[in-house]
Design a binder for this molecule. Structure first.
Ligand code: GBH
Length: 460
C-alpha cells in the first residue's frame, strides 16, 4: 500500500475538480415527508430477505433534516463540488404531473446552501429511486417510463437550472437494468433477462430524451453527462476463447451503453448475442438519434476490474443453455469488505481506453471502498485501508492523465456511511463515519487524508 502521508498526486492539475458524492435514497430519510411518494426502494426494502437485516432508507443519515450541518462538513473537507441526486418521488410524486413545491423546496435550500459555501452542486437526476407508481405501470422495461423521465428532467431543470450547471441524467443504468430486472438483487427485484434488456434501451432513451430537453433550453450554462459503472475487462489468457469471453462481457457491461451514446448505434456483436438468447432491443425510429445527443462529459464510477475466461472450470466452453461460457477469474488481489478485488491499475487502463475509443472528457463520479471500520469511543476511525485505496486510485487517475486521458475531476464515494442498498447499513463506504444511533458525523482518517491531499495537490 502507498504511504498514508498526504502528498500531492502526480499528474493531477491545479484546476482538477475534487468532490464527494452521495445519493438521495441512501442518505435522505424523511421518506414520507413533504409529499414524497414511495419509490421502488421503499417497496423492495419491505420484501423479506431483500436487504440485510431487513433495513431500509426511512431514516438513513437523516440528511433531509441535517443538510445544513452536512454542507458545513463538505465545506470543511475543502472540496469544490458535491455530487448528489434528486429524488424523483419528491419532485414529481407518482412520476408524472406537476412539480411538488415542497419537494423541490428542499433541493432549492440545499443548492443555495452549497452555493453560499462556495461548493458547486453536481446533480444526478436518477440514482435508482423510481416512483413506485411508474413501476406499477411497467417500470423501465416499459417505453412510457422513458417519456416520463424526460418530463421529470425538464421540471427539475426548470426549478434548479438557474443555479445548477452540472447535470447527470442517470447513475449506472447497468445496475438499474441488470441488478433490478435480471438478477433481482436491487429494486424492483425482477429476474427476467429480456425485461432487463428492454430496460437498458428505455433507460438510454430516457437519458437521450432528457438530454435533448435540457439542451433545448437556452440562456443557461449546461454541463451535461451520464454516469456509467465500468471496470477494465482483461482476458485471463491469450486464448481465443478468453478473448471472446472478455469481449462478450465488455459488450453487456460497457459497449451496449457507450456505443449508442457516442456513436449512435448498438454494437453488432451484442445485438447478435441478444438474438441468440431470443432478445431484441425495442428500438423505434429516431431513438438512436435521441440517445446520441451530444454529451459534455462521461461520468465513470469505478470500484474493481475483472479477468474473463471462456472456459468453465471443467473445461467446457458452453453452458447449460448452449451459450458461450463467460467466467470471471479473480486476479488474486486483496479485497474490500464487499469482496471486490482492489485493482487500481484497472482504473488507469479504463480511463485511457474510454479516451481513446470514445473521446469524451471524463470525470470519475464515484470511487471508494467499504472496509470493516472500527470506531473509537469518540467516533474516530483509523481506516488506513480506505486511505490506501484512495491513494492508489488517485495515483491511477494521475497516470491516466499522463497517458493522455482528459480526466477533469474525481468524486470520493462516499461523503458518509449510508444505506448501501441490499447490504443495508452493514457496509460502510464513508470518509465520514455516521453513528446511526445518534446521527453523529465524525471525519475518518481517510477523510482527513482526502482533505489534505486535495489541498496539497491544488497548491503544488
Ligand atoms: C455504486 O454502484 C452506486 O452508484 C452507489 O450507490 C453505491 O453505494 C456504490 O456503488 C457502492 O456499492 O463483485 O468485483 O464483480 C456500484 C456498482 C456494480 C460496483 C457491481 C461493483 C461488482 C464488483 N457495482 N460491481 S465485483
Amino acid at each position: 500500500a502507498v504511504a498514508a502521508e498526504p502528498q500531492a498526486i502526480p499528474g493531477l492539475p491545479r484546476d482538477f475538480r475534487w468532490g464527494v458524492a452521495t445519493s438521495s435514497y441512501q442518505i435522505e430519510g424523511a421518506v414520507a415527508e413533504d409529499g414524497r411518494s414511495p419509490s421502488i426502494w421503499d417497496t423492495f426494502c419491505r420484501v423479506p430477505g431483500a436487504v440485510v437485516n431487513g433495513e431500509n432508507g426511512d431514516v438513513a443519515c437523516d440528511h433531509y433534516h441535517r443538510y445544513t450541518e452536512d454542507v458545513d462538513l463538505i465545506a470543511g473537507l475543502g472540496v469544490d463540488a458535491y455530487r448528489f441526486s434528486l429524488a424523483w418521488p419528491r419532485i414529481q410524486p407518482g412520476g408524472s404531473g406537476p412539480v411538488n413545491a415542497r419537494g423541490i423546496a428542499f433541493y432549492d435550500r440545499l443548492v443555495d446552501t452549497l452555493l453560499d459555501r462556495g461548493i458547486t452542486p453536481w446533480v444526478t437526476l436518477y440514482h435508482w429511486d423510481l416512483p413506485q407508481e411508474l413501476e406499477d405501470a411497467g417500470g423501465w422495461p416499459a417505453r412510457d417510463t422513458a417519456l416520463r423521465f424526460a418530463d421529470y428532467a425538464d421540471l427539475a431543470h426548470d426549478a434548479l437550472g438557474d443555479r445548477v450547471v452540472h447535470w447527470t441524467t442517470l447513475n449506472e443504468p447497468w445496475c438499474s437494468a441488470m441488478l433490478g430486472y435480471d438478477q433481482g438483487l436491487h429494486a424492483p427485484g425482477r429476474k427476467d433477462f429480456g425485461a432487463a434488456m428492454h430496460a437498458v434501451h428505455h433507460l438510454l432513451l430516457g437519458h437521450g430524451l432528457a438530454a435533448r430537453r435540457l439542451r433545448a433550453k437556452g440562456g443557461v450554462d449546461l454541463d451535461l453527462g451520464i454516469t456509467l459503472n465500468m471496470g477494465h475487462a482483461v482476458p485471463a489468457s491469450d486464448s481465443e476463447a478468453d478473448l471472446a469471453a472478455t469481449r462478450r462481457a465488455d459488450g453487456l457491461a460497457a459497449r451496449v451503453y457507450l456505443d449508442p451514446l457516442v456513436r449512435g448505434h448498438y454494437p453488432e456483436d451484442v445485438v447478435e448475442h441478444l438474438a441468440s438468447r431470443g432478445v431484441t432491443l425495442p428500438v423505434q425510429d429516431g431513438d438512436l438519434a435521441a440517445i446520441s445527443t451530444p454529451l459534455d462529459v462521461l461520468g465513470v464510477n469505478y470500484y474493481s476490474s475483472h479477468r474473463f475466461a471462456g472456459t468453465a472450470e471443467d473445461g467446457s466452453t458452453t453452458d447449460a443453455d448452449g451459450q458461450p461460457v463467460v467466467r470471471a477469474v479473480p486476479f488474486g488481489r486483496p479485497v474490500t469488505a464487499m469482496d471486490w478485488e482492489i485493482v487500481p491499475e484497472g482504473l488507469t487502463a479504463l480511463l485511457v481506453r474510454l479516451h481513446e475509443e470514445y473521446g469524451l472528457p471524463l470525470v470519475v463520479t464515484e470511487n471508494g471502498a467499504a472496509f470493516d471500520d472500527v470506531a473509537e469511543a469518540d467516533g474516530t476511525v483509523h481506516d488506513a485501508d480506505r486511505t490506501a485505496y484512495f491513494a492508489e486510485h488517485l495515483r491511477a487517475v494521475g497516470a491516466a492523465r499522463e497517458a493522455g486521458a482528459d480526466v477533469r475531476g474525481y468524486f470520493a464515494w462516499s461523503l458518509f456511511d449510508n444505506f448501501e442498498w441490499a447490504y443495508g447499513y452493514d457496509k460502510r463506504f464513508g470518509i465520514v463515519r455516521v453513528d446511526y444511533d445518534t446521527q453523529r458525523r465524525t471525519v475518518k482518517d481517510s477523510g482527513a487524508w482526502y482533505r489534505d491531499t486535495v489541498r496539497l495537490t491544488r497548491g503544488r
